[in-house]
Design a binder for this molecule. Sequence first.
Ligand SMILES: Cc1cc2nc3c(=O)[nH]c(=O)nc-3n(C[C@H](O)[C@H](O)[C@H](O)COP(=O)(O)OP(=O)(O)OC[C@H]3O[C@@H](n4cnc5c(N)ncnc54)[C@H](O)[C@@H]3O)c2cc1C
Length: 390
Amino acid sequence: MSRGTPDFDAYLRTIAQFTDDELIPAEPDMVAAGQVPDGLVQRMAELGLFGISIPPSYGGLGWSMEQQVLLTLEFTRASCVYRSRFSTVIGLCSQAIFDHGTEQQRREMLPEMAAGRRVTSFALTEPEAGSDATNVQTTAKRTGDGWVLDGSKRYITNAHWADTLLVFARTDDAEVSAFLVDRTVPGVSTRIPDLMNGHAEGPVGEIDLNSVAVAENRLLGGVPGTGLAAAMRGINHARLHVAATCVGQATRMLEETTRHVLNRHQFGAPLAELGVVQAQLGRCYSEMEAGRALSLDAARSFDAGTVPRHRISAAKLYCSEMVGRVADQCVQLLGGEGIVGPHPVPRMWRDVRTLRIYEGASAIHERNLGRAMTRSVAAEGVLPDSYRVR
Ligand SMILES: Cc1cc2nc3c(=O)[nH]c(=O)nc-3n(C[C@H](O)[C@H](O)[C@H](O)COP(=O)(O)OP(=O)(O)OC[C@H]3O[C@@H](n4cnc5c(N)ncnc54)[C@H](O)[C@@H]3O)c2cc1C
Protein backbone atom coordinates (compact mmCIF):
# COMPACT_ATOMS: atom_id res chain seq x y z
CA MET A 1 0.00 0.00 0.00
CA SER A 2 1.49 3.34 -0.92
CA ARG A 3 1.54 6.57 1.08
CA GLY A 4 -1.67 8.49 0.57
CA THR A 5 -4.11 5.60 0.52
CA PRO A 6 -6.97 6.03 3.02
CA ASP A 7 -6.04 3.07 5.21
CA PHE A 8 -2.56 4.29 5.92
CA ASP A 9 -3.57 7.91 6.44
CA ALA A 10 -6.24 6.83 8.94
CA TYR A 11 -3.73 4.63 10.77
CA LEU A 12 -1.15 7.44 10.86
CA ARG A 13 -3.75 9.78 12.39
CA THR A 14 -4.66 7.13 14.99
CA ILE A 15 -1.02 6.79 16.00
CA ALA A 16 -0.51 10.58 16.12
CA GLN A 17 -3.57 10.84 18.38
CA PHE A 18 -2.39 7.96 20.55
CA THR A 19 0.93 9.79 20.94
CA ASP A 20 -0.73 13.09 21.92
CA ASP A 21 -3.54 11.69 24.07
CA GLU A 22 -1.91 8.70 25.77
CA LEU A 23 1.86 8.37 25.37
CA ILE A 24 2.97 11.94 26.10
CA PRO A 25 0.57 12.48 29.06
CA ALA A 26 1.73 9.18 30.60
CA GLU A 27 5.43 10.14 30.62
CA PRO A 28 5.47 11.40 34.24
CA ASP A 29 3.78 8.16 35.41
CA MET A 30 6.30 6.12 33.45
CA VAL A 31 9.19 8.02 35.04
CA ALA A 32 7.70 7.61 38.53
CA ALA A 33 7.15 3.87 37.98
CA GLY A 34 10.58 3.40 36.42
CA GLN A 35 9.07 1.37 33.56
CA VAL A 36 6.61 1.53 30.72
CA PRO A 37 3.18 0.79 32.29
CA ASP A 38 1.73 -2.61 31.28
CA GLY A 39 -1.52 -0.94 30.24
CA LEU A 40 0.30 1.13 27.63
CA VAL A 41 2.19 -1.88 26.30
CA GLN A 42 -1.22 -3.52 25.91
CA ARG A 43 -2.51 -0.47 24.02
CA MET A 44 0.55 -0.54 21.72
CA ALA A 45 -0.23 -4.18 20.96
CA GLU A 46 -3.94 -3.47 20.33
CA LEU A 47 -3.02 -0.69 17.91
CA GLY A 48 -0.74 -3.04 15.97
CA LEU A 49 2.54 -1.27 16.74
CA PHE A 50 4.35 -4.59 17.26
CA GLY A 51 3.41 -5.58 13.72
CA ILE A 52 3.96 -2.48 11.57
CA SER A 53 6.76 -4.10 9.56
CA ILE A 54 5.49 -7.70 9.52
CA PRO A 55 3.61 -8.74 6.34
CA PRO A 56 -0.17 -9.29 6.60
CA SER A 57 0.32 -12.95 5.61
CA TYR A 58 2.03 -13.33 9.02
CA GLY A 59 -0.46 -11.25 10.97
CA GLY A 60 1.18 -7.82 10.73
CA LEU A 61 0.19 -4.55 9.09
CA GLY A 62 2.92 -4.77 6.45
CA TRP A 63 3.50 -1.05 6.00
CA SER A 64 6.26 -0.03 3.58
CA MET A 65 9.52 1.36 4.96
CA GLU A 66 8.43 4.90 4.06
CA GLN A 67 5.23 4.34 6.02
CA GLN A 68 7.18 2.88 8.95
CA VAL A 69 9.34 6.02 8.98
CA LEU A 70 6.26 8.27 8.89
CA LEU A 71 4.77 6.35 11.82
CA THR A 72 8.05 6.52 13.75
CA LEU A 73 8.19 10.30 13.28
CA GLU A 74 4.83 10.45 15.06
CA PHE A 75 5.18 8.00 17.96
CA THR A 76 8.70 9.16 18.81
CA ARG A 77 7.46 12.64 19.63
CA ALA A 78 6.80 10.82 22.91
CA SER A 79 9.63 9.38 25.00
CA CYS A 80 11.85 7.11 22.88
CA VAL A 81 11.69 4.60 25.75
CA TYR A 82 8.17 3.64 24.58
CA ARG A 83 9.53 2.73 21.15
CA SER A 84 12.24 0.54 22.61
CA ARG A 85 9.49 -1.65 24.10
CA PHE A 86 8.57 -2.89 20.59
CA SER A 87 11.65 -1.88 18.56
CA THR A 88 13.36 -5.24 18.92
CA VAL A 89 10.28 -6.90 17.43
CA ILE A 90 9.55 -4.57 14.50
CA GLY A 91 13.04 -3.88 13.28
CA LEU A 92 15.69 -6.25 14.41
CA CYS A 93 14.14 -9.66 15.02
CA SER A 94 11.14 -9.87 12.71
CA GLN A 95 13.18 -8.93 9.64
CA ALA A 96 15.92 -11.43 10.48
CA ILE A 97 13.28 -14.15 10.96
CA PHE A 98 11.29 -13.14 7.87
CA ASP A 99 14.30 -13.06 5.55
CA HIS A 100 16.43 -15.82 7.07
CA GLY A 101 14.08 -18.13 9.02
CA THR A 102 12.47 -21.33 7.79
CA GLU A 103 8.78 -21.25 6.86
CA GLN A 104 8.02 -23.16 10.06
CA GLN A 105 9.90 -20.54 12.13
CA ARG A 106 8.07 -17.68 10.38
CA ARG A 107 4.68 -19.31 10.99
CA GLU A 108 5.50 -20.02 14.62
CA MET A 109 7.03 -16.65 15.51
CA LEU A 110 5.80 -13.79 13.34
CA PRO A 111 2.01 -13.82 14.05
CA GLU A 112 2.66 -13.97 17.81
CA MET A 113 5.21 -11.16 17.51
CA ALA A 114 2.90 -9.00 15.40
CA ALA A 115 0.14 -9.36 18.00
CA GLY A 116 2.51 -8.26 20.78
CA ARG A 117 2.17 -11.64 22.50
CA ARG A 118 5.78 -12.68 21.90
CA VAL A 119 8.44 -10.09 22.67
CA THR A 120 11.80 -10.88 21.11
CA SER A 121 15.27 -9.57 21.94
CA PHE A 122 18.21 -9.31 19.59
CA ALA A 123 21.17 -10.74 21.50
CA LEU A 124 24.33 -9.93 19.57
CA THR A 125 26.51 -7.67 21.77
CA GLU A 126 28.95 -9.26 24.24
CA PRO A 127 31.72 -7.96 26.51
CA GLU A 128 34.27 -8.61 23.71
CA ALA A 129 31.92 -8.01 20.77
CA GLY A 130 30.67 -4.42 20.77
CA SER A 131 31.52 -2.28 17.76
CA ASP A 132 33.35 -5.34 16.44
CA ALA A 133 30.17 -7.41 16.38
CA THR A 134 31.89 -10.18 14.40
CA ASN A 135 33.97 -11.09 17.46
CA VAL A 136 31.17 -13.20 18.98
CA GLN A 137 32.53 -15.55 21.71
CA THR A 138 29.30 -17.33 22.67
CA THR A 139 29.54 -20.93 21.46
CA ALA A 140 27.00 -23.38 20.08
CA LYS A 141 28.20 -26.99 20.14
CA ARG A 142 26.34 -29.64 18.19
CA THR A 143 24.88 -32.53 20.19
CA GLY A 144 22.98 -35.59 18.96
CA ASP A 145 19.68 -33.77 18.43
CA GLY A 146 20.48 -30.07 18.63
CA TRP A 147 22.90 -27.58 20.14
CA VAL A 148 24.27 -26.47 23.51
CA LEU A 149 24.90 -22.74 23.97
CA ASP A 150 27.37 -21.13 26.39
CA GLY A 151 28.32 -17.49 26.76
CA SER A 152 27.13 -14.10 27.89
CA LYS A 153 25.51 -11.08 26.27
CA ARG A 154 25.17 -7.51 27.48
CA TYR A 155 23.29 -4.30 26.69
CA ILE A 156 20.36 -6.26 25.22
CA THR A 157 17.12 -4.25 24.87
CA ASN A 158 14.07 -5.98 26.41
CA ALA A 159 16.15 -9.02 27.44
CA HIS A 160 14.72 -9.15 30.95
CA TRP A 161 11.07 -9.52 29.81
CA ALA A 162 11.48 -11.03 26.35
CA ASP A 163 9.76 -14.32 25.56
CA THR A 164 12.32 -15.32 22.96
CA LEU A 165 15.95 -14.31 22.48
CA LEU A 166 17.56 -14.28 19.04
CA VAL A 167 21.01 -15.37 20.17
CA PHE A 168 24.07 -15.11 17.93
CA ALA A 169 26.67 -17.79 18.66
CA ARG A 170 29.72 -19.32 17.03
CA THR A 171 29.04 -22.85 15.80
CA ASP A 172 31.58 -25.68 15.49
CA ASP A 173 32.77 -24.47 12.07
CA ALA A 174 33.57 -21.08 13.70
CA GLU A 175 30.86 -19.31 11.70
CA VAL A 176 28.26 -17.16 13.49
CA SER A 177 24.74 -18.63 13.57
CA ALA A 178 21.48 -17.37 15.07
CA PHE A 179 19.25 -19.36 17.46
CA LEU A 180 15.72 -18.79 18.73
CA VAL A 181 16.01 -19.40 22.48
CA ASP A 182 13.08 -19.21 24.90
CA ARG A 183 14.09 -17.00 27.82
CA THR A 184 12.67 -19.35 30.44
CA VAL A 185 14.51 -22.56 29.40
CA PRO A 186 17.04 -24.00 31.90
CA GLY A 187 20.46 -22.34 31.77
CA VAL A 188 19.22 -18.89 30.65
CA SER A 189 19.36 -16.08 33.21
CA THR A 190 18.91 -12.35 32.71
CA ARG A 191 19.43 -9.30 34.88
CA ILE A 192 19.15 -5.55 34.50
CA PRO A 193 21.88 -3.08 35.50
CA ASP A 194 21.73 -1.11 38.76
CA LEU A 195 21.98 2.21 36.94
CA MET A 196 21.00 3.51 33.49
CA ASN A 197 22.25 7.00 32.50
CA GLY A 198 19.36 7.75 30.16
CA HIS A 199 16.68 5.34 28.87
CA ALA A 200 16.15 4.58 32.56
CA GLU A 201 12.60 3.27 32.16
CA GLY A 202 13.68 0.79 29.47
CA PRO A 203 16.80 -0.80 30.91
CA VAL A 204 18.92 -3.10 28.78
CA GLY A 205 19.66 -6.58 30.10
CA GLU A 206 22.57 -8.95 30.53
CA ILE A 207 22.08 -12.57 29.53
CA ASP A 208 24.01 -15.61 30.77
CA LEU A 209 23.77 -18.84 28.82
CA ASN A 210 24.99 -21.88 30.75
CA SER A 211 24.77 -25.19 28.87
CA VAL A 212 21.48 -24.17 27.26
CA ALA A 213 20.02 -27.03 25.22
CA VAL A 214 18.46 -25.80 21.97
CA ALA A 215 16.58 -28.04 19.52
CA GLU A 216 17.78 -28.33 15.92
CA ASN A 217 14.66 -26.58 14.61
CA ARG A 218 15.63 -23.46 16.63
CA LEU A 219 18.66 -22.76 14.42
CA LEU A 220 17.51 -19.77 12.33
CA GLY A 221 17.04 -20.89 8.74
CA GLY A 222 18.14 -24.41 9.62
CA VAL A 223 21.62 -23.74 8.23
CA PRO A 224 24.65 -22.82 10.37
CA GLY A 225 26.79 -19.84 9.38
CA THR A 226 24.08 -17.41 8.26
CA GLY A 227 23.93 -15.49 11.56
CA LEU A 228 25.80 -12.36 10.51
CA ALA A 229 23.77 -11.98 7.31
CA ALA A 230 20.57 -12.28 9.38
CA ALA A 231 21.92 -9.79 11.92
CA MET A 232 22.76 -7.24 9.25
CA ARG A 233 19.29 -7.60 7.70
CA GLY A 234 17.69 -6.74 11.02
CA ILE A 235 20.23 -4.01 11.79
CA ASN A 236 19.75 -2.21 8.46
CA HIS A 237 16.02 -2.12 9.08
CA ALA A 238 16.46 -0.89 12.65
CA ARG A 239 18.99 1.80 11.73
CA LEU A 240 16.43 3.57 9.59
CA HIS A 241 13.90 3.38 12.44
CA VAL A 242 16.54 4.92 14.72
CA ALA A 243 17.18 7.75 12.24
CA ALA A 244 13.45 8.55 12.25
CA THR A 245 13.39 8.27 16.05
CA CYS A 246 16.03 11.02 16.25
CA VAL A 247 13.84 13.28 14.09
CA GLY A 248 10.74 12.58 16.22
CA GLN A 249 12.65 13.36 19.39
CA ALA A 250 14.07 16.58 17.89
CA THR A 251 10.56 17.64 16.82
CA ARG A 252 9.20 17.27 20.36
CA MET A 253 12.14 19.01 22.01
CA LEU A 254 11.89 21.93 19.59
CA GLU A 255 8.14 22.26 20.15
CA GLU A 256 8.65 22.21 23.93
CA THR A 257 11.53 24.68 23.76
CA THR A 258 9.77 27.07 21.39
CA ARG A 259 6.82 27.15 23.82
CA HIS A 260 9.26 27.89 26.63
CA VAL A 261 10.97 30.84 24.91
CA LEU A 262 7.55 32.28 24.01
CA ASN A 263 6.52 32.27 27.67
CA ARG A 264 9.79 33.06 29.43
CA HIS A 265 10.36 36.82 29.82
CA GLN A 266 13.77 38.36 30.47
CA PHE A 267 14.88 41.94 29.87
CA GLY A 268 11.20 42.89 29.62
CA ALA A 269 10.26 40.65 26.68
CA PRO A 270 9.86 36.97 25.73
CA LEU A 271 13.14 35.21 25.00
CA ALA A 272 11.58 34.37 21.61
CA GLU A 273 11.97 38.00 20.56
CA LEU A 274 15.75 37.91 20.85
CA GLY A 275 17.40 37.58 17.44
CA VAL A 276 20.04 35.21 18.75
CA VAL A 277 17.35 32.86 20.12
CA GLN A 278 15.48 32.94 16.81
CA ALA A 279 18.71 32.08 14.98
CA GLN A 280 19.40 29.17 17.33
CA LEU A 281 15.88 27.80 16.86
CA GLY A 282 16.05 28.26 13.10
CA ARG A 283 19.33 26.36 12.84
CA CYS A 284 17.86 23.47 14.85
CA TYR A 285 14.72 23.42 12.71
CA SER A 286 16.71 23.23 9.47
CA GLU A 287 18.86 20.41 10.86
CA MET A 288 15.77 18.51 11.95
CA GLU A 289 14.21 18.94 8.50
CA ALA A 290 17.43 17.73 6.85
CA GLY A 291 17.25 14.60 9.02
CA ARG A 292 13.60 14.05 8.14
CA ALA A 293 14.31 14.36 4.40
CA LEU A 294 17.30 12.02 4.66
CA SER A 295 15.30 9.37 6.55
CA LEU A 296 12.39 9.49 4.11
CA ASP A 297 14.71 9.44 1.08
CA ALA A 298 16.55 6.38 2.41
CA ALA A 299 13.19 4.73 3.14
CA ARG A 300 11.99 5.32 -0.43
CA SER A 301 15.22 3.82 -1.79
CA PHE A 302 14.60 0.85 0.51
CA ASP A 303 11.08 0.39 -0.84
CA ALA A 304 12.41 0.56 -4.41
CA GLY A 305 14.20 -2.75 -4.00
CA THR A 306 17.69 -3.36 -2.66
CA VAL A 307 18.60 -2.31 0.89
CA PRO A 308 20.48 1.04 0.44
CA ARG A 309 22.82 0.36 3.34
CA HIS A 310 25.10 3.36 2.76
CA ARG A 311 22.18 5.79 2.65
CA ILE A 312 20.74 4.14 5.74
CA SER A 313 24.11 4.45 7.46
CA ALA A 314 24.34 8.13 6.45
CA ALA A 315 20.82 8.78 7.74
CA LYS A 316 21.53 7.07 11.07
CA LEU A 317 24.85 8.91 11.48
CA TYR A 318 23.48 12.34 10.59
CA CYS A 319 20.21 12.08 12.51
CA SER A 320 21.76 10.76 15.73
CA GLU A 321 24.40 13.53 15.71
CA MET A 322 21.70 16.07 14.79
CA VAL A 323 19.44 15.16 17.72
CA GLY A 324 22.40 15.50 20.08
CA ARG A 325 23.06 19.05 18.87
CA VAL A 326 19.35 19.93 19.03
CA ALA A 327 18.95 18.47 22.54
CA ASP A 328 21.97 20.41 23.79
CA GLN A 329 20.66 23.67 22.31
CA CYS A 330 17.19 23.08 23.81
CA VAL A 331 18.63 22.47 27.29
CA GLN A 332 20.63 25.68 26.90
CA LEU A 333 17.51 27.68 26.00
CA LEU A 334 15.67 26.29 29.03
CA GLY A 335 18.36 27.70 31.32
CA GLY A 336 18.08 26.32 34.85
CA GLU A 337 14.90 24.45 33.93
CA GLY A 338 17.06 22.37 31.63
CA ILE A 339 18.85 20.97 34.66
CA VAL A 340 16.50 21.40 37.63
CA GLY A 341 12.97 19.99 37.80
CA PRO A 342 10.62 17.81 35.77
CA HIS A 343 10.74 19.43 32.29
CA PRO A 344 10.64 16.67 29.63
CA VAL A 345 13.50 18.11 27.55
CA PRO A 346 16.36 17.26 29.96
CA ARG A 347 15.02 13.70 30.26
CA MET A 348 14.98 13.44 26.48
CA TRP A 349 18.48 14.98 26.32
CA ARG A 350 19.70 12.06 28.45
CA ASP A 351 17.67 9.51 26.49
CA VAL A 352 18.85 10.54 23.02
CA ARG A 353 22.52 10.30 23.96
CA THR A 354 22.41 6.55 23.45
CA LEU A 355 21.21 6.92 19.85
CA ARG A 356 24.78 7.83 18.85
CA ILE A 357 26.04 4.58 20.38
CA TYR A 358 23.65 1.74 19.48
CA GLU A 359 22.92 0.52 15.95
CA GLY A 360 26.54 1.40 15.19
CA ALA A 361 28.44 4.13 17.01
CA SER A 362 28.99 7.28 14.93
CA ALA A 363 32.68 6.49 14.42
CA ILE A 364 31.77 3.10 12.94
CA HIS A 365 29.38 4.68 10.42
CA GLU A 366 32.00 7.27 9.46
CA ARG A 367 34.61 4.56 8.98
CA ASN A 368 32.28 2.27 7.01
CA LEU A 369 31.10 5.10 4.75
CA GLY A 370 34.66 6.29 4.10
CA ARG A 371 35.75 2.76 3.20
CA ALA A 372 32.75 2.20 0.95
CA MET A 373 33.43 5.50 -0.83
CA THR A 374 37.06 4.70 -1.59
CA ARG A 375 36.17 1.16 -2.73
CA SER A 376 33.31 2.33 -4.94
CA VAL A 377 35.15 5.23 -6.54
CA ALA A 378 38.22 3.05 -7.18
CA ALA A 379 36.08 0.32 -8.80
CA GLU A 380 33.33 2.29 -10.55
CA GLY A 381 34.23 5.98 -10.35
CA VAL A 382 31.10 6.94 -8.41
CA LEU A 383 30.03 7.08 -4.76
CA PRO A 384 28.21 4.13 -3.17
CA ASP A 385 24.39 4.09 -3.49
CA SER A 386 24.92 6.92 -5.96
CA TYR A 387 21.94 8.98 -7.18
CA ARG A 388 23.83 9.69 -10.44
CA VAL A 389 22.12 8.81 -13.70
CA ARG A 390 24.29 6.50 -15.74
C1 LIG B 1 20.60 1.52 25.31
C2 LIG B 1 21.31 0.47 24.51
C3 LIG B 1 20.57 -0.52 23.88
C4 LIG B 1 21.23 -1.55 23.18
N1 LIG B 1 20.49 -2.57 22.64
C5 LIG B 1 21.13 -3.64 22.06
C6 LIG B 1 20.39 -4.78 21.59
O1 LIG B 1 19.16 -4.83 21.69
N2 LIG B 1 21.09 -5.84 21.07
C7 LIG B 1 22.45 -5.82 20.95
O2 LIG B 1 23.01 -6.81 20.48
N3 LIG B 1 23.17 -4.75 21.37
C8 LIG B 1 22.55 -3.66 21.93
N4 LIG B 1 23.28 -2.57 22.38
C9 LIG B 1 24.74 -2.60 22.26
C10 LIG B 1 25.29 -1.62 21.22
O3 LIG B 1 25.07 -2.11 19.93
C11 LIG B 1 26.79 -1.42 21.55
O4 LIG B 1 26.85 -0.66 22.76
C12 LIG B 1 27.53 -0.69 20.44
O5 LIG B 1 27.68 -1.52 19.30
C13 LIG B 1 28.94 -0.25 20.88
O6 LIG B 1 29.63 -1.31 21.47
P1 LIG B 1 30.36 -1.06 22.89
O7 LIG B 1 29.35 -0.48 23.82
O8 LIG B 1 31.02 -2.33 23.27
O9 LIG B 1 31.44 0.06 22.61
P2 LIG B 1 32.90 -0.14 22.01
O10 LIG B 1 32.88 -1.11 20.88
O11 LIG B 1 33.85 -0.39 23.13
O12 LIG B 1 33.18 1.29 21.37
C14 LIG B 1 33.29 2.45 22.20
C15 LIG B 1 33.67 3.63 21.33
O13 LIG B 1 34.94 3.41 20.73
C16 LIG B 1 34.97 4.00 19.45
N5 LIG B 1 35.30 2.97 18.44
C17 LIG B 1 35.11 1.63 18.52
N6 LIG B 1 35.56 1.01 17.41
C18 LIG B 1 36.02 1.98 16.59
C19 LIG B 1 36.60 1.98 15.29
N7 LIG B 1 36.80 0.86 14.58
N8 LIG B 1 36.98 3.16 14.76
C20 LIG B 1 36.80 4.32 15.44
N9 LIG B 1 36.27 4.38 16.68
C21 LIG B 1 35.86 3.23 17.24
C22 LIG B 1 33.58 4.64 19.20
O14 LIG B 1 33.62 5.99 19.57
C23 LIG B 1 32.70 3.87 20.15
O15 LIG B 1 31.56 4.61 20.56
C24 LIG B 1 22.64 -1.53 23.06
C25 LIG B 1 23.38 -0.50 23.67
C26 LIG B 1 22.73 0.48 24.39
C27 LIG B 1 23.56 1.54 25.05
